[in-house]
Ligand binder design. Structure first.
Ligand code: ADP
Ligand code: MG
Length: 529
């Protein structure tokens, strides 16, 4: 029996092989689809312009605010950028009342958000706040704000929006349990600004932020050395990435104003929908079933093979297939465990037999347990899936399948990241400069060796190779939604002031010299010219 379990397991594991050839085929198709997205709308990789036309280099200074409306919480923070790649962050978090998620009018929700900003300012920035209120009361035009006393705020809004300016974007649809029909089609920045103004707060909604762009900015600011970051990537519940593209490559029309002087713009790829048409992506019977039974079949096909929300479900479907295979015995019958002979059984209501019943974090446990007895994994199979007294052989079969699915996810991640690195041409621009990638999300942060497996796939990629792989650095971006959003508020502020925009452009042109250490970095506070 044990032998045949091993063989059947190998057969399943082989279905998740993603060879070097597959990686190369994937990268070529990724490049094709990303360029298609730069030409026109309605393609599988959306390539959404973000109006962010530069990334920070760590020398930025100042006090900024950021708010983040996620699925469950509203986060308010202020970020003090010290100009030396470090920052100080003060933040508060409040749960969004359920009734506001389905309120009748936008005003109820956005009024609540503005109120939280007021509470935060009174608590953490009282002096600033009082000074402003005093000035306003003594001013002849009580509604007139003095620009220099305003907090510039970055607004991270994790719902689908059609952006038409750095601080303008209309809601396409609500997701994650929100349902306020009144908001659809409205500019969410304006909705927030109106409520802020009603409270007379010294705050300007300066930028609308996607979490991938926030990650890119946060990493670029904090990354060691002078190198700016190329990609911000999320590998969490979902997966997506943003990167710095040359404006000359962006051939579809971009509405609204943006600063053209840097020659670059950050593009939000929405790569979760790469190859929805299945030209090159692997499609095992388990992938197909997961998609079929999902709420959005045929959509987010890449994400469904890569991100935390889905990987556990692929493992579950493959393990159940093995469990139902009458030629082998898995998780049943007598087993030899540490405690001697016992009978393996699965508790009623085990997640193993429920859709989404297996959390991806169990894959991290499986990958981390490399001991011969697999005791940690067997313990977790018991506590998470009610699989009682699993034998070592059974746990090994589970581990082999989970590891294969995790490895395929990492190698697929390398397709997206590698494709963008090649598109950027940065490996060729210099001989030894690092290409920096900022990453965020539980999968990349906690899955053992996820980044090493990506790097291994880079080595096998034409256009990268072993030497190139050595020069690609993936760093975890912490506090992306706070620091990143604050940094985008800073970029927006500079953009609005044309003189400073020109100065920034000058700094960019000096980048090569700066990188060579020829001149000291230009850590200048914003000054008007
Ligand atoms: P979010 O995407 O909401 O910002 P996270 O980055 O924490 O949140 O990602 C959550 C996702 O990561 C969930 O789908 C969860 O199953 C998965 N996950 C959490 N911990 C781990 C882990 N240790 N290993 C692999 N996946 C994990
Ligand atoms: Mg996240």
């Amino acid at each position: 029996m044990a032998n045949s379990l091993g063989e059947e397991t190998k057969r399943i594991v082989a279905q998740f092989d993603y060879t070097d050839d597959d990686v190369n085929k994937g990268v070529r198709e990724f490049l094709r689809q990303m360029n298609e997205g730069l030409q026109k709308d309605g393609t599988s990789i959306s390539q959404i312009p973000t109006y962010v036309t530069g990334v920070p280099d760590g020398t930025e200074k100042g006090l900024y605010m950021a708010v983040d409306l996620g699925g469950t919480n509203f986060r308010v923070c202020s970020v003090h950028l010290n100009g030396d790649t470090t920052f100080n962050l003060t933040y508060s978090k409040v749960a969004i009342p359920k009734e506001l998620m389905v309120a009748k009018t936008s005003k109820e929700l956005f009024g609540f958000l503005a109120k939280q900003i007021e509470i935060f300012l009174k608590k953490h920035h009282e002096e600033h706040f009082e000074a402003h209120v005093h000035r306003r009361k003594s001013s002849k035009a009580p509604e007139g704000y003095e620009e220099e006393s305003m907090f510039q705020l970055g607004f991270t809004f994790s719902f689908p929006v059609q952006q038409f300016g750095i601080n303008k974007g209309s809601l396409i649809r609500w997701t994650k349990g929100f349902d306020i029909p009144d908001t659809i089609g409205k500019d969410v920045c304006a909705l927030l600004q109106d409520e802020i103004d009603l409270l007379h707060l010294p705050v300007k909604v300066a930028a609308l932020v996607n979490d991938t762009v926030g990650t890119l900015m946060a990493r670029s600011y904090a990354a060691p050395g002078k190198t700016t970051t190329l990609i911000g990537a999320i590998f969490g519940t979902g997966t997506n990435g943003a990167y710095v593209e040359k404006i000359t490559n962006l051939q579809k029309s971009v509405d609204g104003k943006y600063d053209k002087s840097t020659g670059e713009m950050v593009i939000n790829t929405e790569w979760g929908s790469f190859d929805n048409q299945l030209n090159v992506l692997p499609n095992t019977q388990y992938d197909a079933k997961l998609d079929q039974d999902s709420v959005n079949p045929g959509i987010q096909i890449f994400e469904k093979r890569v991100s935390g929300m889905f990987l556990g479900e692929i493992v579950r479907l493959a393990v159940v297939n093995l469990y139902e295979n009458t030629n082998v015995s898995l998780f049943k019958g007598a087993s030899n465990t540490n405690d001697g002979q016992s009978t393996t059984h699965i508790g009623d209501g085990s997640g193993l037999f429920q859709q989404w019943g297996l959390d991806s974090s169990l894959m991290s446990v499986a990958a981390a347990d490399t001991t011969p007895e697999l005791s940690t994994l067997r313990q977790e199979l018991d506590s998470q899936l009610q699989i009682r007294s699993a034998s070592v052989e059974d746990a090994q079969a589970f581990k082999d399948i989970a590891d294969a699915i995790g490895r395929r996810a990492a190698r697929l991640s390398a397709v997206a990241l590698g494709g963008i690195v090649i598109q950027s041409g940065r490996l060729k621009e210099t001989k030894d400069e690092l290409v920096d990638i900022g990453a965020d999300g539980s999968l990349v942060e906690y899955y053992p060796h996820f980044r090493e497996m990506i790097s291994e796939a880079f080595k096998a990629t034409e256009g990268i190779g072993a030497e190139g792989a050595e020069r690609i650095r993936i760093g975890i971006a912490t506090d992306g939604s706070g620091v990143g959003a604050a940094l985008i508020a800073l970029v927006a502020e500079r953009m609005e002031n044309k003189g400073i925009v020109d100065e920034l452009a000058g700094l960019k042109n000096d980048a090569a010299q700066k990188l060579a250490g020829a001149i000291p970095s230009a850590a200048k506070p914003a000054t008007l010219t």
